[in-house]
Write a protein that binds this ligand. Structure first.
Ligand code: ADP
Ligand code: MG
Length: 354
C-alpha cells in the first residue's frame, strides 16, 4: 500500500498548529484554553515543564523537529520506492564482519517490511580464497576476475551456494524478514556463456550472464520473499550442465538490468570510486567510466562494478550506487536517508548514471 508524503506533511503541520486533545499545547506553543481546559491545566503544564528542566521548550522542540525531518525523508523515500525493485550486491567488508553482516540483514528485513522489493546477490571472495587454500587449489585474478578451472568452480560453488548463501538467507530471516537462498543455477536464474577477456586471457569457466530468469524472481518477490542469489550460473543449450563462476558484480548488474530495477547498489570495501589523488568521485556517467578504465584510474575489482553499473543503467535501471559497505547500516542509509526521488544519501559513495 503506497502513501504520499504530502498528506503526512500536512498532518505534521496540522499537529504543530493545533493544541493536543488533552488540552496541552504542543511543546513550545502557548497553552490555549479550549473546552474543559482550565487555569489548573496551565499550572500543571508549568509544573511539568519545570520538572523536566528549564530548557525543555527549546531542546525538546529541536529534537522533535529532527525526528520529524528524518521521518519525512524516510516517508519520501519509501513512497518513491515502495513496490519497486532494488538489487543489492553484498560483498566486501560488509560481509566479513559479523557486526556489519547482521546490520545488513536487519536492513534487508526492514526494507522488505516497508514494501521495497529487494533482491540480494552476494559475493564471497575471502571465503572462496580460504577454502581454495585448505584444499590446495591454486587460482589467480585477471582484470578483477578469478581465473576459474573446473576445480576452482567446484570449490566456489560449494562455498557460495553452500555455507555463504545459507548464512545470508538465514540472517535475513532471523532479522524478521523472509528470504530464500538460491544458486544462480536454480531455475536457470543466471544463464551464461564463457566470458572472453579483452586482453586475451583464458579465464576458464568464468560466466558472462546472457540471460536471467526474471519471472521466477518476480514471482518470489510477489510472494513477499527476498531472493538471495549466489553467483554460480548455468550454461546454455549444449552447455546446460556446465557451472560457470560469475563475478558477483556481473551477476548483480545483469539481474538489475534484466529486471529494470529502480536501483542497483554495490556494497564494497572502499568509499566509492576514487580518482588518481585518492579522492572520491561522487558522480560518474558512462563516458567518465570508460575514460577512467582507459587511463587505469579504475583497476582490478572496481572494473566489473563500474562496467556492470553502466550496463544496468543503459538497460533502464534508475541509478547504480557504489557504496561503502564498511559503514554500519550502509544499505538502509543509501536507500532511505536521501528522501524521495533521491540519488543517494549524498554522504559518500559514487552514483553512476546514464
Ligand atoms: P568487492 O568485494 O567489493 O567486490 P573488490 O576487491 O573486488 O571488492 O573491488 C574493490 C577494490 O577495487 C577496492 O578495494 C580497490 O582496491 C579496487 N580499486 C581499483 N581501482 C579503484 C578505484 N579507482 N577506486 C576505488 N577502488 C578501486
Ligand atoms: Mg569483487
Amino acid at each position: 500500500m503506497r502513501f504520499s508524503v504530502v498528506p503526512l506533511a500536512i498532518v505534521a503541520a496540522g499537529l504543530a498548529a493545533a493544541p493536543l486533545a488533552n488540552g496541552f499545547a504542543p511543546t513550545g506553543g502557548a497553552a490555549v484554553s479550549t473546552g474543559t481546559f482550565t487555569a489548573s491545566h496551565g499550572a500543571r503544564r508549568q509544573q511539568l515543564l519545570f520538572a523536566a528542566g528549564d530548557d525543555i521548550s527549546t531542546e525538546a522542540s529541536t529534537e522533535v523537529d529532527d525526528f520529524a525531518l528524518d521521518a519525512l525523508k524516510v516517508a519520501g523515500a519509501v513512497n518513491d520506492l515502495a513496490d519497486q525493485t532494488i538489487v543489492v550486491k553484498y560483498g566486501g567488508n560488509a560481509m566479513t564482519s559479523d557486526d556489519l553482516a547482521s546490520k545488513f540483514c536487519e536492513d534487508v528485513a526492514a526494507l522488505q517490511k516497508l514494501g521495497v522489493r529487494v533482491v540480494v546477490v552476494h559475493g564471497g571472495g575471502p571465503q572462496i580464497k580460504s577454502m581454495l587454500e585448505k584444499v590446495g587449489v591454486e587460482s589467480r585474478f585477471e582484470g578483477g576476475m578469478r581465473v576459474s578451472s573446473t576445480e576452482v568452480v567446484e570449490v566456489a560453488e560449494m562455498v557460495l551456494c553452500g555455507s555463504v548463501n545459507k548464512k545470508i538467507a538465514s540472517g535475513i530471516c532471523s532479522a524478521g524478514g523472509i528470504a530464500i537462498g538460491m544458486s544462480g543455477r536454480d531455475a536457470n536464474i543466471l544463464q551464461c556463456t564463457k566470458m572472453v577477456d579483452k586482453s586475451g586471457y583464458d579465464l576458464g569457466y568464468v560466466g558472462e550472464v546472457k540471460d536471467v530468469n526474471v519471472e521466477v524472481l518476480e514471482d518470489l518477490l510477489d510472494m513477499g520473499i527476498v531472493p538471495v542469489i549466489s553467483p554460480i550460473g548455468t550454461g546454455i543449450g549444449d552447455e546446460k550442465d556446465i557451472a560457470y563462476n560469475c563475478n558477483a558484480d556481473v551477476a548483480a548488474g545483469r539481474i538489475a538490468g534484466e529486471m529494470r530495477a529502480a536501483r542497483v547498489i554495490f556494497l564494497t570495501d572502499i568509499a566509492g570510486v576514487l580518482d588518481k589523488k585518492m579522492e572520491l568521485l561522487k558522480e560518474l556517467n558512462i563516458q567518465d567510466v570508460k575514460d577512467l578504465i582507459d587511463d587505469e584510474t579504475i583497476t582490478d575489482g572496481m572494473i566489473p562494478k563500474v562496467t556492470y553499473a553502466t550496463d544496468a543503467v543503459q538497460l533502464g535501471v534508475g541509478a547504480a550506487f557504489i557504496t561503502d559497505g564498511r559503514v554500519p547500516h550502509a544499505l538502509l542509509r543509501e536507500v532511505l536517508a536521501g528522501g524521495g526521488d533521491s540519488m543517494g544519501t549524498g554522504e559518500g559513495g559514487t552514483i553512476v548514471t546514464n
